[in-house]
Design a protein around this ligand. Structure first.
Ligand code: DQA
Length: 148
């Protein structure tokens, strides 16, 4: 089972970026936690981060070839990117939208997600644990699709 974790802009700044909102862990710390959970469950998790919308779109397209699910923290592109939404629509594997913070409890512009309608579900507000929940949701979806 191969699951691709994609991270959008400014998530490379985790650890020092608004720790009151996003916590103290770096993206590398979060990756370590996810990898440990993935190892226990015998699945392969790959982690990537980019500040570029085009690169993120390219990775979503690529995920459709060779991965079974995408766990996506699109960061600010969540609220702005039709291109990302269209890429998610174009692939045949499920995408799970995740956020560290509870976007619905923040500024109004964060309440709207352009990608939510084409993702299988949204996980937000659990801090770094949103990533582990994303992993569990992805495994569950893949297992269910194999049972069918
Ligand atoms: C975020 C929430 C987004 O609104 C914001 O632009 C981010 C991070 C989160 O993980 O809480 O960069 O996706």
């Amino acid at each position: 089972m191969r699951i691709l974790f994609l991270n959008g802009p400014n998530l490379n700044m985790l650890g020092s970026r608004e720790p009151g909102v996003y916590g103290q862990s770096t993206l590398a710390d979060i990756e370590t936690q996810v990898r440990e959970q993935a190892r226990v469950r015998q699945v392969e998790a790959q982690f990537r981060q980019t500040n570029s919308e085009g690169e993120l779109v390219g990775w979503v397209q690529e995920a459709g070839r060779g991965f079974e699910a995408v766990v996506l923290n699109a960061a600010a592109y969540t609220h702005t990117s039709v291109a990302l939404r269209d890429a998610i629509s174009a692939i045949d594997i499920p995408t799970i939208e995740i956020h560290i913070s509870n976007v619905h409890a923040r500024e109004e512009f964060r309440h709207r997600s352009l990608i939510a309608g084409v993702c299988r579900g949204q996980i937000c507000g659990f801090g770094e644990y949103s990533y582990t929940l994303g992993l569990l949701a992805a495994i569950n979806l893949i297992e269910k699709s194999k049972r069918r």
